[in-house]
Write a protein that binds this ligand. Structure first.
Ligand code: HEC
Length: 149
C-alpha cells in the first residue's frame, strides 16, 4: 500500500513539473502593461458586445449571443487563458452554455480577430477585460532589469 502511494505521489509530481517546464507551458509568458481605457475602445471597435455582456456596455438589439465576460463561473482562470480565449477561442469553451449553442463541429462560434487586430490592441483589450476576472497574478516585464543586447 505504502509503495502504491509513493509511486502515485512521484507520478503526480512528475506530471506537474513536466507540465510546467514543457515547451507548451505558458511559463515565462509576459506582455507589456496595457491601457484599459484604450482597451474599452477596442472592445467596442471589434463589436465584442455583439456577443458579450460586460460592464455597462450596451448590447445591440440583434446581438447574436449574451455570453457574460468576467466573474467566477468561467473557465478563464489565468491571464494566459484570457488571452487564449481571444486568439484561440476553440481551445476551451465557456462554461454554463449548451455546447450546441456556442460551437459547431468542435469550433467556437466566436469570431476570430487574429488577422485584423493589432498586438497593441490585443494588449489593451486584455488589460481592460482582466479586472473583471479573478485571475491568478502574472508578472509583466520589469523594465528596470531589462537589458538590451
Ligand atoms: C460572433 C460572436 C462573438 C464575437 C463577435 C466575440 N465573441 Fe467572444 N465568445 C463567443 C462565444 C460563442 C464564446 C463561447 C465559446 C468559447 O468559449 O469559445 C466566446 C467566448 C469568449 C471568451 C471566454 C469566456 C469564458 O467564460 O470562457 C472571452 C474572454 C471572449 N469570448 C472575448 C471576446 C472578445 C474580447 C471579443 C471581441 C474582440 C469577442 N469575444 C467577440 C462569441 C463571440
Amino acid at each position: 500500500m505504502k509503495y502504491i502511494i509513493t509511486v502515485g505521489v512521484i507520478l503526480c509530481l512528475l506530471l506537474i513539473t513536466s507540465c510546467e517546464k514543457g515547451v507548451d507551458s505558458p511559463r515565462g509568458f509576459s506582455l507589456p502593461q496595457g491601457n484599459a481605457e484604450l482597451g474599452k475602445q477596442v472592445f467596442i471597435k471589434y463589436q465584442c458586445n455583439g456577443c458579450h455582456q460586460l460592464d455597462d456596455i450596451a448590447q445591440p438589439e440583434d446581438a447574436e449571443f449574451a455570453i457574460k465576460l468576467g466573474g467566477k463561473k468561467t473557465k478563464v482562470k489565468t491571464y494566459a487563458e484570457l488571452l487564449t480565449s481571444v486568439i484561440n477561442p476553440s481551445h476551451k469553451f465557456a462554461r454554463g452554455y449548451p455546447l450546441a449553442e456556442i460551437q459547431q463541429d468542435g469550433k467556437s462560434k466566436m469570431k476570430v480577430f487574429n488577422d485584423v487586430m493589432t498586438v497593441s490592441e490585443l494588449i489593451n483589450l486584455v488589460t481592460f477585460i482582466q479586472p473583471h476576472y479573478e485571475l491568478l497574478p502574472y508578472k509583466t516585464t520589469n523594465y528596470q532589469y531589462y537589458s538590451y543586447r
